[in-house]
Design a binder for this molecule. Sequence first.
Ligand code: S3P
Length: 426
Amino acid sequence: MQQVVAPAAGPLEGTVRLPGDKSISHRYAMLAAAAEGVSKIGNYSSGADCHSTLRCVEALGARVEVADREVTIEGRGLEWAAPAGDLDAGNSGSTIRMLSGLLAGQSFTSRLIGDESLSRRPMQRIMTPLAQMGAVLSARDGKFPPIEITGGALRPVDYAMPVASAQVKSCVLFAGLFAEGVTTVREPAPTRDHTEVALREFGAEVERFADGVSVHGRAKLRARELTVPGDLSSAAFFLVAAAIVEGSNLILQGVGLNPTRATLIDFLMGMGVEVKILDLAMRNGEPVGDLLVRGSKLKGGVIEGKWAAALIDEIPVLAALGACSEQGLLVKDAGELRVKETDRIETVAANLRNMGAEVETFDDGFRVAGGQRLRGAQVDSCGDHRIAMACAVAALRADAPVTIENAEAASVSFPEFWDTLAQVRG
Ligand code: S3P
């Protein structure tokens, strides 16, 4: 599918409702399946990735009912049923990596597959710690999906992750639920902590310390009623859209503002974007609020070190912001971008260059020059949801319409994106 996005003819205005947070939806679904009793999850993500997770837990014996954005899951406790066939994670790295932790504790063998993009993404990062815990794993070429996991009795580990990854941290903590004793994960830079928060909500014992977290094994999880906050990473597209279109004024409702994610707000404010947080409240251990954002004069910025890990999903759209800022954007220490749904250093650079921007790439990042005049062009998401949406946002500042190929990819995390964009353009 193609989408043609015309330059903004006037300010963006209105109120935006976001899909439920993708990261939190995955975790709630997996933990509900591993809990005893019936959980109800409100505002579950409408994205295809989170529905891949639902299909997997259903294939593993959980009872799943979906009614619009409300999902009901009857869990099986920690003992799941052997699936009849392969478990399909689709495009979702979170599904394959986090679910692997729970499969490592089962007494059967399961095989996880994914689409073409997922089949190119590295899995050693989860295979190493799970093998240390006692699971038996194999993968294509030793590192890519499909991966096969034979679970069994697991022993606890104290694992220092070589890369800052919330998916790996979650995978090991989930496996730790099955081990006798305390499993610890240490991280080189802070990553999103939704797993820690959700584990506590479902009744597991979790301890945090400066550079890591521990979970007590043989936990009994209890079913819960929870509501997923709006997805801040989806909100990012509208925050940047409003920031780069003069005179814009948007309200984003019910957005998750967990401090491990809300670095985005600090970064935007540092770039000169006017963002206000209204009505902050706590829901199921997660802060939630409404955001007000206005078109602003933009300075420029640098993303490096621990900021790179904290902003990793937002970098594609921040590149568009950088091009429209005075001094541009420099991204370093973000080599992880190369192993996302696409190599996002290359896909961001290729698309912005097509639109006339000056972009320099490095092994671990890129530099987008500021003050760029973007032009109408044909660009390609390459099947990557965040690239499709970042291109649409950049197009608002182009001098002629931008045609985005493979625009349907947006539905991996934000199926309502195109309608929402049309709605705020009036
Ligand atoms: C996620 C963690 C990040 C992020 C992904 C979602 C999660 O991946 O990019 O979109 O929900 O834990 P990594 O763990 O690979 O950094």
